[in-house]
Design a protein around this ligand. Structure first.
Ligand SMILES: [Zn+2]
Length: 361
């Protein structure tokens, strides 16, 4: 991986590449960005360039072919360490002590620097952060620590004051679209759809085009909406369960860490909530398309250009007033979901409102 292969993130790349060019690398960095924004990828690229023995002085891109580069790519470089934890939700004080604090006293094995990568560093307990603080305060000169996190607010101020903070900003839609079409060979419709739901998050865009969870959910929403006038309440509810379904494989625990029953429950709840909000986003985009199409009759302006037959049918059945009401109901639904009311009931009520307003004939 080269810096130039990473899409977007120009300020972060520039900062790291300048540090490499001037050989002015700090002892600790904090990469902050939501899941899927490329923190791990940039951490690996940075680590690779730090260890690379094939690049010229003043160069920031790793050569990609020297032994060190290959080892970093394979995760086998002796001086690039990724911190692991026995537990899924916490990185404890013992993990940090053994894998960073004590290990940092040992000189680099092959290169001139040692790089420690701590993924999901917001899971560091306060005790673990305090343990890490010793190394952050008086780091051996060869040590570089990369903290990757979704949330910088999870850190002690004493830790934050000793790291270089690099926020990962959303990537421009156009860059993601081009990347999906040119590098991932995705069709323009799938790329446009993924971009409208990814909100500048490349990882999320990739997930949207690579897994069939999203297309399946979208198909089920469209099917539910296009037949809603003919369904009985219990059928609406059954369909809704199908829409919100989280596939078995998505429920499997990530990685190999152990998790308690409570942690498992919380993780599954989080996935169900994500499914719920994805459904809400789909409905919201669909209503937006209905309004746009009703006003312009221009398919080019739509998000769901693949669903034209439903959209034109629904536009005939719904007046502007109906659509206005549905937008209001949707806003109320969104607030209820954020306020943590019973989501299933709130969604059922919303669908009944649609049912009342729609008659496709
Ligand atoms: Zn190299």
């Amino acid at each position: 991986m080269r810096f130039s292969d990473v899409i977007g993130l120009a300020p972060v790349k520039e900062h790291l590449q300048n540090a490499l060019r001037r050989d002015n690398i700090s002892h600790a960095y904090l990469f902050e960005g939501e899941a899927g924004t490329g923190k791990k990828m940039l951490a690996r690229t940075f680590a690779q360039s730090i260890q690379c023995t094939g690049k010229a002085q003043g160069e920031s891109e790793p050569c990609g072919t020297c032994r060190a580069c290959i080892q970093v790519q394979n995760g086998t470089h002796p001086d690039v360490k990724e911190i692991t934890s026995e537990r899924l939700t916490v990185i404890g004080v013992e993990d940090v002590r053994k894998q960073v604090v004590e290990d940092a006293f040992l000189m680099p094995y092959a290169g001139t620097r040692k790089v420690y990568v701590i993924p999901e560093a917001h899971k560091l307990s306060f005790a673990a952060q305090n343990a890490l603080l010793k190394t952050l305060e008086e780091p051996p000169e060869y040590v570089v620590i990369l903290l990757l996190t979704e949330n910088a607010a999870a850190f002690l101020p004493t830790v934050l004051s000793r790291v270089v903070m690099l926020p990962f900003q959303p990537v421009a839609d156009d860059l993601i679209r081009r990347y999906l079409m040119e590098e991932q060979k995705v069709t323009d419709y799938a790329a446009a759809l993924a971009v409208s739901f990814a909100r500048g998050n490349v990882g999320r865009a990739l997930q949207l085009v690579k897994s069939d969870v999203f297309p399946t959910r979208l198909k089920r929403v469209i099917a539910l909406f296009s037949e809603i006038d003919a369904l009985r309440i219990h059928q609406v509810n059954e369909r809704l369960e199908g829409v919100l379904e989280v596939p078995e494989e998505a429920l499997l625990p990530p990685g190999e860490g152990k998790e308690t029953a409570e942690e498992k429950r919380r993780r599954e709840k989080k996935l169900q909530r994500a499914a719920l909000f994805e459904t809400l986003e789909i409905i919201s985009a669909l209503l937006r398309d209905l309004l746009v199409y009703k006003a312009t009759a221009d398919p080019k302006l739509l998000i769901f250009t693949g669903e034209m037959s439903y959209i034109s049918k629904a536009c005939e059945a719904l007046s502007y007033e109906d659509l206005g009401r549905l937008f209001k109901e949707l806003e109320a639904l969104r607030q209820q979901l954020h306020a943590n009311v019973n989501a299933l009931i709130a969604l059922q009520m919303f669908l009944l409102q649609i049912q009342e307003r729609i008659q496709y004939s």
